[in-house]
Design a binder for this molecule. Structure first.
Ligand code: C2E
Ligand code: CA
Ligand code: CA
Ligand code: CA
Length: 275
């Protein structure tokens, strides 16, 4: 037992120790980041295939680290979820997105990613309503993107919170659809307005006939359930044409537009796309 203990200790030192030190460093730096304004929202456009206009933007967080440069959310959101800092970050994201939705993005709808951890906060729904009211943005112009992880965690609670948000007019999107467990039961139980087909299906489409079949099926299913279908990860014209012909409602991806900070965005302000 003694030698096994030592072996575990060694492993921990060499492998996990590094990872843990890194996490702790990110955690520490994040405290500063929030206070010092190192976080920024980038916005990625969504093309409405019916009108041919940009109908909405997804807010995607970025971290400008003073030493390490630009850090992508995949590298710090999981850490922030673990430490609980996501609560504070999530509030900042919502507040900032709504401020922009009331200002430069006033012609479009706005989508905000919400972590399952934020839903554990009993104040969450009330805070969303308050931020919305304070911003003056109509509820219909705000969409929350959630993943099925939320539904797996505590689906009774999730259902009640989502229903109450929806009752105020906020739109709810199921993100990353098709990866994970994605039980079809979720689609009938939860009040989604939008299904976002995960980009892995779009990207395998060219060389995987099953992916095409799945996309077609999800589109038909979504239509039957009165949900709007968004495909993410659209990187080329071929994909755009295929997805248009499949009946998707909206497209998102590098081919349509990359996520960009407000300062670099060229806004399509055609009046006919006002929400
Ligand atoms: P997501 O919600 O699935 O967001 C889409 C991700 O795909 C974004 O990565 C986006 O930059 C990237 N993407 C968009 N179009 C394309 C494309 O055509 N090709 C490829 N290869 N990628 C594309 P990003 O910005 O690095 O965000 C990663 C994830 O971090 C997001 O995945 C989301 O889960 C999370 N995240 C981002 N912002 C927030 C936030 O404000 N709050 C929370 N809780 N999570 C966030
Ligand atoms: Ca998303
Ligand atoms: Ca995704
Ligand atoms: Ca995601």
């Amino acid at each position: 037992a003694k030698s096994r203990g030592r072996a575990t200790y060694c492993l921990f030192q060499d492998g996990m120790g590094d990872a843990m030190r890194k996490r702790r460093q990110i955690e520490e730096d994040l405290h500063v980041a929030i206070a010092d304004g190192e976080l920024e929202l980038y916005y990625q456009p969504r093309l409405d295939l019916e009108t041919g206009h940009i109908s909405s933007y997804e807010a995607l967080i970025r971290w400008h680290h003073p030493q390490k440069g630009l850090i992508s959310p995949g590298d710090f959101i999981p850490v922030a979820e673990n430490s609980g800092q996501i609560i504070q970050i999530g509030k900042w994201v919502l507040h900032t997105a709504l401020k922009d939705a009331a200002g430069p993005l006033a012609h479009a709808r706005i989508s905000v990613n919400v972590s399952p951890v934020q839903f554990r906060d009993t104040e969450f729904a009330e805070e969303v309503r308050q931020s919305l009211a304070a911003s003056g943005v109509p509820a219909e112009r705000l969409e929350l993107e959630i993943t099925e992880n939320l539904l797996i965690e505590d689906d009774e609670r999730a259902l009640s919170i989502l229903s109450s948000l929806k009752a105020t007019g906020i739109k709810i999107a199921l993100d990353d659809f098709g990866v994970g467990y994605s039980s079809l039961g979720y689609l009938s139980r939860f009040p989604f307005d939008t299904i976002k087909i995960d980009r892995s299906f779009i990207q395998q489409r060219g060389y995987n006939a099953n992916s095409q079949a799945i996309i077609d099926t999800v589109v038909r299913l979504g239509k039957a359930l009165n949900m709007s279908i968004v495909a993410e990860g659209v990187e080329d014209l071929d994909s755009l044409l295929f997805l248009r012909d499949s009946g998707c409602d909206e497209l998102q991806g590098f081919f349509i537009g990359r996520p960009e900070p407000l300062s670099r965005m060229v806004l399509d302000t055609s009046p006919e796309i006002a929400a």
